[in-house]
Ligand binder design. Structure first.
Ligand SMILES: [Zn+2]
Length: 313
């Protein structure tokens, strides 16, 4: 009996010990001898290969809008074909991408964007998506000049020559992504003329399309870079006056015209928000304002849609 009593007492003590949270150094606890689990060797979990997919910032876009097309997965290179234009893919932070600019004259309706790509092991493929181009209603701006005031600058040849010079710059393509995520409004002020608006000079018939967004502001108001990149042009032009163009990489460039002065030089590296110059009235201008242009692979698009969220990025 004495032995049995002793065993019962021992079991009772173990139960009490278990409830009291005894430390591992308790000799009684040691006697319980909890088996330590044999470590299971880690089995390598296969990293799922990201599927190759198209991601569009928007599938509906107005004329003069911009669509950001990204391609995920194991893609080494590729080209987007849209409305007869080609856009090489640029290496981004998480995917390859290209901006597609919708021209003022691109026909409204559904159009196929075709992406031809190559993977790292050399296999090729094609992806397609539909982009619906919506019709944009254009404003008409009425500009008045005194007789003889701007005859030289209004001569068609002057504007055409300048447009050709700018087209040559806007067509340049820096593959490397230089822009950051956020696009900034380059000066403080209200919009005085929207992108694409048609011009009537001295009550003449409306024609052409305004190539940028005008922001009215007092002379000398700071003009900042809408995003990071480098200065590809900094000079005086007959129509646009003092002008700076920044290359943001990936076929995206921004232009700042009619400046009072220029604070940067060609080749200079630029961070988003850096001072570019001052709002001015140089060139063919009827008052101090910033004329802000954005080019996507040579297509001039509405800059304001980069900052109001309507491009979907
Ligand atoms: Zn303008």
């Amino acid at each position: 009996m004495a032995v049995r009593t002793g065993l019962l007492l021992l079991l009772f003590t173990v139960a009490l010990t278990a409830c009291s949270g005894a430390s591992a150094s308790d000799p009684l606890e040691m006697r319980v001898n909890t088996p330590t689990p044999t470590p299971i060797p880690p089995t390598p979990t296969p990293v799922p290969e990201e599927p190759i997919e198209l991601i569009l910032s928007t599938t509906q876009v107005y004329q003069a809008g911009t669509v950001l097309i990204s391609v995920t997965g194991d893609v080494r290179a590729g080209t987007i074909h849209f409305l007869g234009r080609e856009h090489p893919l640029t290496r981004g932070d998480h995917s390859m991408y290209s901006f597609v600019g919708i021209d003022v004259d691109d026909p409204p309706g559904s159009h196929q964007a075709r992406v031809e790509f190559e993977t790292h092991n050399g296999s090729r493929g094609t992806l397609e998506a539909t982009i619906e181009v919506l019709n944009t209603e254009w404003d008409v701006d009425y500009l008045y000049f005194e007789p003889g005031e701007a005859d030289d600058l209004l001569a068609p040849g002057v504007a055409q020559e300048e447009a050709a010079l700018l087209a040559d710059i806007y067509d340049r393509y820096t593959a490397e992504k230089l822009w950051d995520a956020q696009w900034l409004v380059p000066t403080e002020g209200g919009i005085t003329a929207r992108f694409g608006s048609q011009r009537s000079i001295n009550d003449g018939p409306p024609g052409g399309h305004h190539s940028g967004t005008d922001i009215g502001a007092p002379e000398g108001t700071p003009v900042i870079a809408t995003n990071s990149g480098f200065v590809i042009m900094s000079r005086y032009l007959d129509v646009r006056g003092y002008m700076v163009i920044i290359d943001h990489g990936g076929g995206l460039l921004s232009g700042y015209a009619h400046l009072s002065e220029i604070n940067v030089s060609e080749g200079q590296q630029i961070a988003a928000g850096d001072l570019v110059g001052g709002v001015g009235n140089t060139g063919l201008s009827t008052g101090p304002h910033l004329h802000w242009e954005m080019s996507v692979h040579g297509v001039l698009v509405d800059p304001w849609r980069f900052v109001d969220g309507s491009n979907g990025f």
